[in-house]
Design a protein around this ligand. Structure first.
Ligand code: AMP
Ligand code: GLY
Length: 423
């Protein structure tokens, strides 16, 4: 079958790498892709939210499956767009309906869903411009730090964690009265701060049954020792060593199963990947957020541990064989180290030549912000490449990734030297 992957990051390169290994994969397209996906499929320069152009491409190239990488097209309704068009509804979209995508697209929707379905999460209230006064009062009832979240998508920047009440009130005002996050911040969730260890679980579902993918932990801060600004992610490890089989069982019973059952009960069609951000507080586990896609760079450690044919499993979502298909996971640890441009996550330069990234024996080099320029591969973003290695344990995997990270060269290369330091 012909497959189209939407997106242009390390996540999409990892998906393309895996899908291209399937015997069921005929032609592979990536839109818009990067210099890495170009090596294994055909890049098509269209935007992930340009549904009309995606439609034309899908018909012209007889695409049977679209795997959606980022959240934007899902929140904008790409699943429904394909389902409701008689020329397109034979195409399988791997991603939830627009209603299902609200789990990520609206924090209030996600919170209400969790409350209704008895899924443990932080206590919260939602406020608008009209109820800002109640918002100030609610802050007074909480202990610091204060957690403020823009309701809508804000490119990963919509969550503020603030120590002083005065500053928290100012930020609430900036969001509700001064459009700090534009439309996304017209409603603000204020919630209880949870103090614990974060981890992520990934699920794949056909809307009825589900399979649990490997767990992962990402490193969000730019600086070593988890300091400095938040980024899209500077590295990741899978599995998460502090989660044993029994704790995973608890996560399944208290969180994953009630989520899938809740979606079914509410008649919300959900197929594809679900990424649940969790926080472990002693022996308790709570949901921090839902994402309706895979994480980046978590995908770069989750996917390489899958031994079975992923495309074959995804095909099962359409043809009714999903639940009987195998999902085999490697016992190895996967670690990824993200190479970024100097200055990221603030201002950075692009257009630098990248060398020495081919033939890296012990690692898989997933491209993120890269582009082809004549015969050269150049930097084209903040996050440049995710260097993934497999090993018998985190030390082994990290040693290989760090060796490769050192060998690859581009001007302004930066990376964290302490991925996995806390494990
Ligand atoms: P989110 O976009 O909801 O995942 O939030 C971004 C980050 O903020 C999370 O990965 C956590 O590190 C942190 N965070 C969000 N909500 C809470 C909370 N209630 N308590 C503590 N940290 C939080
Ligand atoms: N690494 C976090 C995310 O993809 O949202």
């Amino acid at each position: 079958m012909n497959v189209l992957i939407l997106g242009n990051g390390g996540r999409e390169h990892a998906l393309a790498w895996k899908i291209s290994q399937s015997s069921s994969c005929n032609k592979l397209f990536i839109a818009p892709g990067n210099a890495g996906t170009e090596l294994i499929g055909l890049n098509i320069d269209i935007s992930v939210t340009d549904f009309q152009s995606i439609k034309k491409l899908a018909i012209k190239e007889e695409v049977s499956m679209i795997i959606v990488g980022p959240e934007d097209p899902l929140v904008k309704g790409i699943f429904d767009f394909f389902k409701n068009d008689k020329f397109l509804n034979h195409i399988t979209v791997i991603g939830p309906s627009q209603e299902g995508a609200k789990l990520e697209g609206s924090k209030e929707f996600a919170k209400e869903f969790m409350i209704k379905n008895n899924i443990p999460t932080a206590k919260y209230q939602a406020f608008t411009k009209k109820t800002i006064k109640e918002g100030y009062d609610f802050l007074e009832t909480l202990n610091p730090p204060y957690v403020l979240k823009a309701d809508g998508l804000a490119a990963g920047k919509g969550v503020l964690i603030i120590n002083e009440i005065k500053k928290a009130k100012e930020e609430l005002e900036a969001m509700l009265l001064k459009s700090k996050f534009g439309k996304a911040g017209k409603k603000v969730i204020i919630e209880e701060f949870l103090d614990g260890i974060e981890l992520s679980v990934f699920v794949i579902t056909n809307g009825d049954s589900y399979k649990i993918l490997p767990s992962a932990k990402d490193y969000k801060r730019i600086g070593e020792g988890d300091t400095g600004l938040n980024t899209g992610g500077m590295g990741a490890i899978s599995p998460v060593p502090f989660i044993d089989r029994f704790f995973m069982e608890k996560i399944d019973q208290e969180i994953i199963r009630p989520t899938i059952e809740g979606l079914k009960k509410e008649n919300i069609h959900y197929q594809g990947f679900l990424f649940i951000g969790l926080i472990k507080i002693g022996s308790e586990i709570k949901v921090i957020e839902y994402n309706v896609r895979l994480g980046d760079p978590e995908t770069e450690v989750v996917i390489p541990r899958i031994k079975s044919d992923l495309l074959n499993l995804l095909k099962g979502i359409r043809d009714g064989t999903f639940s009987e298909k195998d999902l085999n996971i490697s016992e190895d640890t996967a670690a990824t180290v993200m190479l970024v441009s100097k200055g990221y996550p603030e201002k950075y330069m692009t257009g630098h030549t990248i060398t020495n990234f081919k033939n890296c024996e012990n690692s898989i080099v997933f491209h993120a912000g890269t582009k082809k320029h004549n015969e050269e591969t150049q930097t084209n973003g903040g996050r440049i490449m995710a260097i993934t290695s497999l090993g018998k344990n985190p030390e082994d995997a990290l040693r290989k990734s760090y060796k490769t990270a050192k060998d690859i060269h581009f001007e302004g290369k930066n990376y964290r030297r302490d991925i996995g330091f806390d494990l």
